[in-house]
Design a protein around this ligand. Structure first.
Ligand code: AHR
Length: 658
């Protein structure tokens, strides 16, 4: 965030312990104690942080192609243009029905005096259209007197060619939904949608919508399947949603309110996206939240990808970097009620008030939510006071639900110490720590949890990402240096899995033309998506999680940076494998040996996955999405010893049956 006083040094100094001095002269010996279980790895260890930032939801994961489909943005015609074909004549009027439908006040009246008059929508950054794919159009319409012969829908390519079309014939003087589908003839990166009246007359229109058929699981009102697939491929342990600062809002009025995000989509009230004008260097004035991706869909997504849901709710506080408004304590009850009702919505029987709403949306079975977060990056006594009231009410009704507490914005300093000490004294369930630091910070803090209190609250590393320049700088890159330093740090999280229960990189998605914040885990354009080097690190840790932590030692010490080595190891009880993760942050190739103690006779082959680049500035891009990507290999195990030659700047993951 622009004005944030982060404590990290701003520059990424590329001085790694032992980089040039440590050569392969000495073959380094490590011991893995395969029968000394130190901790259980939580099934939720590696997960996802989702926020509607960088066109993460609208214009991204949420597959709606029409921008401002119900004319609710501050500028009602944003995204729309009048369209007059062949000297057509007509006019439009934006109407506001006010309290008749407070969640969707505006609609448009089109009046055509010649035919061929209508509207054109630009999409979020154009509309990405796939050849031979079906597109589903829908609209709410109410016809006036006149002789309209129909509404023509035309998908238009960048050079003006019509690449798909359909027609509907409104037949009611009452609001009615009409739908039609058509096949696109071409692939176009940036198409537009024209909606034209044939004949003369007037008509009211609202909720003008276009979806590709190939949404995730082909659901109506669905999600972009390529983007969900990338998440599913990571097999995440949890999904934290909906943010991030978006939970708080710039003002309390603009905070995220989950109850306004469920039910029929035309009744989900649009709210400004607090990221739209947050950064002068990346203004995004057309960024709003339609909530087409609402809380029901988040829970459904969690279920689809096997992730535990972790919703974060507003603690009665607007973003402290913005207005810092708080709700008076005596008026906090509705906020607390929202939290209680959310648990009923997720878990309650279909006969309960909120469980019934879930069932009506298509999911009678509970979503099995076990955790809830109260507040994002909130700090100060005002947070603790509000949190205490939430905690009392939640624990009284749902003693088994774990509550995630904020420790503020930074992992050290007065703010952190005050909150961390207070939360620990209050026996918090889980404390959410955030780190946006230099790569050097990540390398130097791989031992952060080695001496943490083992009996206190669990830690959720809720947001982290190495910043190649400085926090919130548009110059930050998803380069290999950042990804590798995160991998080194993550060996420390894994080693301390008895303390750290969950971890997630942030933010998750960014649209190449619509981002506000970088670095991000996955980059997309209208049709494509790719995983950064950081994505591969996250995915490799998640796919190679294991169930129990065992020690990896060098000279009886944990391996956390000396000579450029970082290591952790787990056993996977389900597959009976030892999983070893080693980072070589040195610029030199390193020869080393791992002796696996406490396992029966071990000979044969181990599988080795290596993620590396000799260029610390290497990045994946749309043109070279696999520039930094994992390579699989095999290595020999002889008499319980594995000899590894670690490439410079590499993450190495070895799996061996024990
Ligand atoms: O991840 C981007 C932002 O960083 C989050 O919204 C916020 O929690 C943090 O400051």
């Amino acid at each position: 965030m622009k004005n944030q006083l982060r404590i990290y040094a701003a520059s990424a100094v590329l001085l790694f312990a032992g980089s040039s001095l440590v050569q392969a002269q000495n073959q380094k010996m490590f011991v893995v104690k395969a029968n000394e279980v130190k901790a259980k790895v939580s099934p939720t260890m590696w997960g996802l942080f989702f926020e509607d930032i960088n066109l993460g939801a609208d214009g991204g994961l949420y597959a709606e192609l029409v921008l401002n489909r119900s004319f609710e943005l501050d500028v009602p015609m944003m995204g729309w243009k009048e369209k007059k074909e062949d000297k057509a004549e007509g006019s439009y009027l934006i109407l506001n029905r006010g309290n008749l439908n407070p969640a969707n006040r505006r609609y448009i009246k089109l009046e055509s005096s010649t035919g061929n008059y209508g509207l054109s929508n630009v999409g979020f950054r154009g509309m990405g259209i796939k050849k031979d794919l079906q597109y589903d159009f829908s609209i709410l319409a109410r016809q006036h007197e006149g002789s309209l012969t129909g509404i023509r829908i035309e998908l238009v390519g960048e050079k003006g060619a019509i690449i798909g079309s359909a027609k509907i014939q409104p037949d009611s003087k009452e609001w009615k939904r009409y739908t039609v589908s058509f096949i696109a003839k071409e692939r176009v990166d940036k198409a537009r949608l024209d909606v034209l009246l044939d004949g003369k007359g007037a008509i009211d229109l609202d909720m003008i919508s276009l979806f590709p058929k190939d949404t995730w699981k082909e659901r109506k009102n669905g999600l972009r399947s390529d983007m969900v697939q990338m998440l599913a491929d990571m097999k995440p342990g949890f999904l934290r949603f909906p943010g991030g600062c978006i939970v708080e809002g710039r003002t309390l009025d603009e905070r995220f309110q989950w109850k306004k995000t469920i039910g029929p989509i035309e009744n989900r009230q649009m709210v400004i996206n607090r990221w739209n004008m947050e950064f002068k260097h990346r203004p995004t004035p057309d960024y709003f939240q339609s909530f087409g991706l609402g809380f029901y869909e988040y829970f459904q997504l969690c279920e689809d990808i096997g992730a535990k849901p972790l919703p974060i709710l507003n603690a009665g506080m607007a973003c402290q970097f913005n207005t810092a408004e708080v709700v008076p304590l005596e008026q906090l009850d509705p906020y607390i009620q929202d939290a209680l009702d959310l648990i009923e919505f997720a878990n309650g029987p279909a006969t309960s008030e909120w469980g019934k709403k879930r069932a009506e949306m298509g999911h009678p079975a509970p979503f099995n939510m076990t955790m809830i977060g109260i507040g994002n990056e909130n700090w100060g006594p005002q947070y603790l006071e509000r949190l205490a009231l939430f905690t009392k009410a939640l624990k009284a009704k749902y003693p088994n639900i774990k509550i995630v507490n904020s420790s503020g914005t930074d992992p050290k300093g007065d703010r952190f110490d005050f909150l961390n000490n207070s939360l620990r004294a209050n026996h918090a369930d889980i404390i959410d720590e955030h780190y946006y630091g230099t790569p050097q910070w990540f390398l130097e803090n791989a031992n952060r949890y080695d001496n943490y209190d083992r009996k206190g609250p669990k830690v959720f590393a809720g947001e982290y990402a190495a910043q190649s320049d400085k926090i919130a700088s548009p110059e930050n890159k998803n380069n290999w240096l950042c990804a590798m330093s995160e991998a080194a740090f993550m060996t420390g999280l894994e080693r301390n899995a008895d303390v750290v229960e969950m971890a997630s990189y942030a933010p998750l998605f960014a649209h190449i033309e619509g981002w506000q914040w970088t670095p991000d885990l996955i980059w997309v354009d209208n049709l494509r998506s790719y995983g950064t080097a950081n994505y591969h690190v996250q995915k490799l840790f998640s796919l190679n999680k294991g169930t129990e932590v065992v020690p990896v030692l060098s000279d009886n010490q944990v391996v956390a940076g000396k000579d450029g080595y970082y290591a952790s190891a787990t056993i996977d009880k389900k597959t009976n494998e030892l999983i070893l993760k080693v980072v070589n942050s040195s610029k030199e190739k390193q020869e080393c040996e791992f002796r696996i103690d406490g396992a029966p006779k071990l000979n044969g082959k181990a599988q080795l996955t290596v993620l590396s680049s000799s260029d610390l500035k290497a990045e994946n891009t749309f043109d070279k999405p696999d520039a930094v990507s994992p390579v699989m290999n095999q290595v020999a195990v002889k008499n319980k010893v594995v000899k590894l030659t670690l490439s410079p700047y590499s993450l190495n993951i070895m799996r061996v049956k024990i």
